[in-house]
Design a binder for this molecule. Structure first.
Ligand code: NAP
Length: 276
């Protein structure tokens, strides 16, 4: 079997086209404020990409810098949360000394917490209430929906339990009535669990951790991992070529989850600006 390659770029483009229409019809111009608390090359690149995409869709993007300390960071996030002209607030990592991502996220109003950084957002989601999940976790679900993957009653296995990807992805899969297993670094016999998956989500950050021996025939595999290679490229957590011989469908890296994450984050901003 050769798996279908899930085209994240095309799925992201369709979502962006829908967003551009919604922005054009919106009574206000959606605005995302991004706070960049520490200088970091990777973060700067991501923020430039996000700003460019936002701009093309008619979404205002305010990048708030320069680098700030812990107290000033909390004050900025609270200020932006209280600003009526701002609809979404995003705080980039790495954090400055003296503050954790959870502490910073707690300063973002839940209604504007478009990347699910406030632990209250996670709690609301777990309780089945409305809140924004982290964009990457939401992108995993968007990809599965776009591919028409049935989730109710199916076995979903998530490898990774971070608060930004693994745990919220598991929460969202559970809300879709999947039977969810979460694996992590202390899991014994990883393959025994992952081979039961109809839907396998890899969110670890270890190049090529999962191979054909971890995947059931016919599974759908979503590879969230982004691991830089020595030649400046990017690979996922899944050995794509060999897993493609077993799985029914798989996301490539790059071109899978990444582009959908950006579009999903902006969809949260548009939703925050135009609550129904
Ligand atoms: P993280 O915070 O480092 O979490 C990694 C998780 O993987 C942890 O739960 C860890 O377990 C688990 N793990 C580590 N080694 C393992 C092993 N050998 N077997 C099973 N589980 C293992 O990473 P993250 O922030 O969730 O990110 C995960 C990956 O997704 C990274 O490559 C990151 O770059 C990528 N990512 C991509 C996007 C995107 O838009 N495409 C967005 C965000 C992140 P413990 O909890 O036990 O330590």
């Amino acid at each position: 079997m050769t798996a279908r390659m899930i085209d994240g770029r095309a799925i992201a483009a369709a979502l962006r086209a829908e967003l551009a229409d919604r922005v054009a019809a919106a009574p206000v111009r959606p605005c995302l404020a991004i706070v960049v608390p520490t200088p970091d090359e990777g973060t700067a690149w991501y923020v430039r990409q996000l700003s460019r995409t936002a701009d093309r869709l008619g979404i205002e993007c305010r990048v708030v810098g320069p680098p700030v300390g812990a107290d000033e960071l909390v004050a900025r996030l609270a200020e932006l949360s209280a600003d009526d002209t701002v609809h979404g607030v995003l705080c980039q990592t790495p954090m400055p000394a003296g503050i954790t991502a959870v502490q910073a996220g707690s300063a973002i109003d839940v209604a504007k917490d478009v990347d699910g950084a406030n632990p209250r957002s996670a709690g609301l989601l777990a309780a089945g209430a409305t809140a924004y999940p982290p964009a990457t976790a939401a992108a995993v679900l968007h990809l599965l929906r776009a591919e028409g993957v049935e989730l109710a009653g199916r076995d979903a296995v998530v490898v990774g339990r971070s608060t930004v990807v693994g745990k919220p992805a598991a929460t969202l899969l559970l809300a879709e009535q999947a039977t969810v297993t979460v694996c992590h670094s202390r899991t014994r016999d990883l393959a025994e669990h992952t081979r039961r998956a109809d839907v396998l989500v890899a969110a670890v950050g270890r190049a090529g951790l999962l191979g054909a021996e971890h995947v059931a025939p016919g599974a759908v595999v979503i590879d969230v991992g982004t691991n830089p290679t020595a030649d400046g490229g990017l690979v996922g957590d899944v050995r794509t070529d060999e897993v493609a011989e077993v799985a029914a469908a798989i996301t490539p890296v790059p071109g899978g989850v990444g582009p959908v994450t950006t579009a999903t984050l902006l969809s949260h901003v548009v939703r925050a600006a135009t609550p129904s």
